[in-house]
Design a protein around this ligand. Sequence first.
Ligand code: PAF
Length: 282
Amino acid sequence: MMQTIRSIKKMQQVARKIAAEGKTTALVPTMGFLHEGHLSLIRRARKAADIVITTIFVNPAQFGPREDLSKYPRDEKGDIRKIRKAGGDIVFIPKATDIYPDDFQTYITVERLTRSLEGESRPRHFRGVTTIVAKLFNITQPDVAVFGQKDLQQAYVLKQMANDLSWPIKFVIAPTVREKSGLAMSSRNKFFSPEQRLEACCLYYALRTAEAMVKSGVKDTVKLTKEMRAVIRATCPTAKVDYIALSKPTSFLPVYEVDRGTFCLLAVKVHGVRLIDNMKLR
Ligand code: PAF
């Protein structure tokens, strides 16, 4: 039977009991409205530990003032059902007022890794992510934490935080799950009409173009990004590119020539919805 826990204290008691029994736990933090991408993380966690804890918390601290916190989709009942089916043991759903009481004033900041890309476009976003995940680590005491590759910079920022703060947690970064069209699964895809959903594939098409160019020997990142912009324009003429970057996860700073370990990462606003995606090019 899957257990649903809403109180922080109760979750801490259960985590202590699991550890006392000598069992290991894997944590899958989510903001709910689960899709196949999240479920793949739960299935991956299932393989990594005895007990899988999934958390659902739409974290206000990681949304900017003009971002979509109030519009963020929610479906708690559906989520609980999906987590049970995917093999979850515990779902932890804390209240915002318990996580951030009125006198809350402590935040975690990872420095260098958060200065570029998502960190540059969304000031204070990563501060919110690291703070909530630090709290979830403290509350659930996991041995393993599973994150999706779609949020590549987030996964590496969190890994950095865990290393810097000496949390003995093994990180698993699981591959991005895509729709048949190539569109990366995201809770935000629900905002699209069927036609807009096709246009949202512009990120994937651009990445595949870069991948093919690199395979054929192109290394110059200026050439690659120029071609990617053209593909985005052709697929979704109204798209607004936030960034297209070629970087390595060690720094997330730009590389000028693609070599081993280079990823392409991009953020594009499609019909008012900000999407991100990435692919390893070599
Ligand atoms: O990737 C997400 O859904 C969120 O950023 C996370 C890791 C659950 C923290 O709120």
